[in-house]
Design a protein around this ligand. Structure first.
Ligand code: MOS
Length: 719
């Protein structure tokens, strides 16, 4: 639902002409667009097949590239025999490390610096299984694939190291990019003074984003400049990185995209499809399309790292927390830094006298790790919120009450004020809707026939902010407004949301807004990522609209344009604790004979600031909760311990929820408003994913009496 927007699209088709016309009329009233549950502006195009994705674009003289990936996980290439490939029908040529254009080794990401993951076909070294070693270009995709299968690559193989453990000798601190470790108070002293202590380890597996649309790019050259259509979450950021990578001025690189079929983190940066297609366009002087197969998405894009987390909690008899210790280790590739910031919520969610966090990495021979659906907080909340449930068990206390007793007045580590903190409200409203009151907190008390029934809950905070962006608005002669921003709609409904924001900011009906997005040439803008697309783009649109209205007051001749830049406004804000919040409640039925866990009910209550479009935000939260369910019960990348190869690189082997796995989901908002955002918004994008795994694991304990400290909660871990 989140990826493709099918929920809302289906609604727009079934809602019938008259209801839709009435809704449209209401929304053309100035000042009424924000808060209205309007269906997606492109919904009809999506369900009727008119919407154009990158692989749908027709391009003259287009040729196709197919990847060849390493069959070893560590070693080096000793020879590449292209003769059979070059003799294969339709094949135009082969690019490998011997003839590929040279790339700028300093290219990287703003957060993590130079990124070796981008350095494709630059040398003969292999440090992870599935690493791209060549691109075969042919007249048709089938001919390229057939040619790729005939490429003979010889290797010298070395044993790969994929054995992740917090005791690995290569363990070292993660980059401090997202802030230093917490070192509040004396953790050991407070644990010693505590009446009840929890000290447990939790593990989570590698996972992948699994967007419905595989990564795809089409690249051509225009007077030496690079033009690309690429499925990504950040047209401006991707163009800027691509320019650095190929040593070109940004003015000579333009990345556009109309529709994107989901990203979930995997399309925030420059993907292998775009790098290889750009190389091929330069080498063969033809427009080139590279579309990854599903297996190649698994092998060559990015994944969420495995984590191993130790949580220590200490509390008085009445449940007041004295100590929170959260130490996390996660795996990375030796090629690229990343921070799976598992310990973030330990710094913000609960008050305690002592709070200590540590976060370490273990470099291994694995696919580079990067953003996947609520990076850090999804695995981190599983550990912290499972430990809170274990603490409630040992205190013989209601786990909901335990959380309410530890509400902080200010940031527990930072000491900074909260802007708007509505965690309590999420807990109370969620509990009421779920029917939590009267729960027997002891495990293994409820049975229905042969099934064990249990309930569980968990909560989270989620960082919210806005990133500098720019928007241009033109007041046209015909009374319409052209609003241009290098935003992107990855299926979430961003187009529809931004149109509403622009309409209200300009005090006109939404039918007078022409929105232009998905083009790096428009100017700097944040990505559809970090749950901060709409807050970042919305701010830029509001700023431009205010300037434009001032300019129009004097009645100048049209057209008139203004361009905003929110850098100063955003960076000069006072430091405060800004977060979204959620509370999740789950009911499960467990078959003790087979270990099968069925989730029967999921209730989520969310404080996500002002809601621009309740239909879409609810859809996104429900989609997130389904991902949380998948993380709890199903998702797991499995690597062969001998070869280091990813053995379930497809949707047959990598499981996630299908419709029959998903119960009725009740997601709703509590009243919330972010005072530090010009529209009162917080990012609702990813918080739905978080806290669901802990709520389900806690419910499985309540049903069975057996703790689930390792995800996913497979059958063999239940029986
Ligand atoms: Mo999201 S994982 O920040 O695209």
């Amino acid at each position: 639902l989140k990826g493709m927007g099918l929920g809302a699209a289906a609604l727009s088709v079934s809602s019938g002409g008259s209801a839709e016309a009435a809704m449209d009329a209401e929304q053309t009233t100035p000042g009424k667009a924000i808060g209205s549950p309007r269906t997606r502006v492109e919904g009809r195009d999506k369900v009727s097949g008119k919407a154009r994705y990158t692989a749908d674009l027709e391009v003259d003289r287009l040729v196709h590239g197919a990847m060849v990936t390493a069959t070893i996980a560590r070693g080096r290439i000793t020879a590449i025999d292209t003769s059979a490939t070059l003799a294969s029908p339709g094949v135009i040529g082969v690019i490998d490390h011997r003839n590929a254009p040279r790339l700028n080794p300093k290219a990287g990401t703003p957060f993590f610096g130079p990124d070796g993951q981008l350095q494709l076909l630059q040398d003969n070294l292999i440090v992870n299984g599935g690493w791209p070693v060549a691109l075969v270009v042919a007249q048709t995709p089938e001919q390229a694939r057939a040619g790729a299968e005939q490429l003979r690559v010889s290797y010298v193989e070395q044993p790969p190291d994929i054995a992740f453990s917090p005791d690995h000798p290569a363990l070292r601190p993660a980059l401090p990019t997202f802030g230093p470790d917490a070192n509040k108070g004396d953790l050991d002293a407070e644990l010693a003074r505590s009446a009840v202590v929890v000290d447990e380890r939790y593990t989570t597996p590698a996972q992948q984003s699994c967007a419905m649309e595989p990564h795809v790019a089409t690249v051509w050259l225009e007077n030496g400049a690079v033009r690309a259509s690429d499925s990504n979450q950040a047209p401006y950021g991707v163009a800027a990185s691509l320019a650095t990578l190929f040593d070109k001025p940004l003015a000579e690189v333009r990345v556009q995209v109309e529709q994107v079929g989901g990203g979930f983190g995997s399309k925030t940066g420059v993907g292998p499809q775009l790098i290889l297609a750009t190389m091929a366009a330069m080498v063969f002087r033809r427009p080139v399309r590279v579309q990854l197969s599903r297996e190649e998405v698994f092998l060559t894009t990015s994944s969420r790292p495995r984590t191993d987390q130790r949580v220590r909690l200490g509390a008085d008899r009445d449940g007041r927390l004295r100590a929170i210790g959260h130490e996390a280790a996660f795996e990375i590739s030796g090629k690229a830094e990343f921070i799976e910031n598992c310990v973030e919520i330990a710094k913000t969610l609960y008050a305690a006298d002592a709070i200590r966090t540590r976060i370490n990495v273990v470099p291994l021979n694995i696919l580079p790790v990067a953003s996947v659906r609520a990076p850090g907080t999804a695995p981190g909340s599983f550990a912290l919120e499972s430990a809170m449930d274990e603490l409630a068990e040992r205190l013989l206390m209601d786990p909901l009450e335990l959380r309410k007793r530890n509400e902080p007045e200010v940031g527990p580590v930072s000491g900074l004020p909260f802007t708007s903190r509505n965690f309590h409200r999420c807990l109370s409203e969620g509990a009421r809707r779920f029917g939590w009151a009267g729960r027997d907190h002891r495990p293994r008390r409820r049975r229905e026939g042969g099934l064990l029934i249990g309930t569980g809950m968990a909560g989270t905070s989620f960082f919210t902010s806005a990133f500098p962006s720019s928007a241009t608005i033109t007041a046209e002669r015909d009374g319409t407004f052209t609003v241009s921003i290098a935003a992107i709609d990855i299926g979430t409904g961003a187009r529809t949301a931004l149109q509403a924001i622009a309409a209200d900011a300009l005090h006109v009906g939404w039918d007078r807004i022409r929105l232009k997005i998905g083009d790096s040439a428009i100017g700097p803008a944040w990505q559809a990522g970090g749950s901060l697309g709409t807050t970042s783009w919305g701010w830029a649109i509001v700023a431009a609209a205010a300037d434009l209205r001032e300019k129009l007051a004097s009645g100048p001749p049209l057209p008139v344009s203004v361009t905003s830049d929110t850098t100063e406004a955003i960076t000069s804000r006072p430091h405060r604790e800004r977060h979204s919040y959620s509370a999740i409640f789950a009911e499960v039925a467990v078959d003790p004979a087979t270990g099968e866990v069925r989730v029967r009910r999921l209730v989520g209550r969310f404080a996500v600031g002002r809601v621009v479009n309740p239909l879409m935000v609810r859809s996104q939260l429900v989609g997130g909760m389904i991902m949380g369910l998948s993380i709890a019960l199903q998702e797991e990348i499995v690597r062969d311990e001998v070869t280091g190869r990813h053995v379930n690189a497809d949707f047959a082997g990598y499981h996630f929820a299908a419709n029959a796995d998903v119960p009725f989901i009740d997601a709703d908002f509590v009243d919330d408003h972010e005072p530090d955002d010009p529209l009162g918004m917080k990012g609702p994008g990813e918080i739905g994913v978080v806290a669901v795994a802990a709520a389900i694991a806690n419910a499985v304990w309540h049903a069975t009496g057996k703790r689930q400290r390792d995800l996913p909660i497979r059958l063999d871990r239940v029986v």
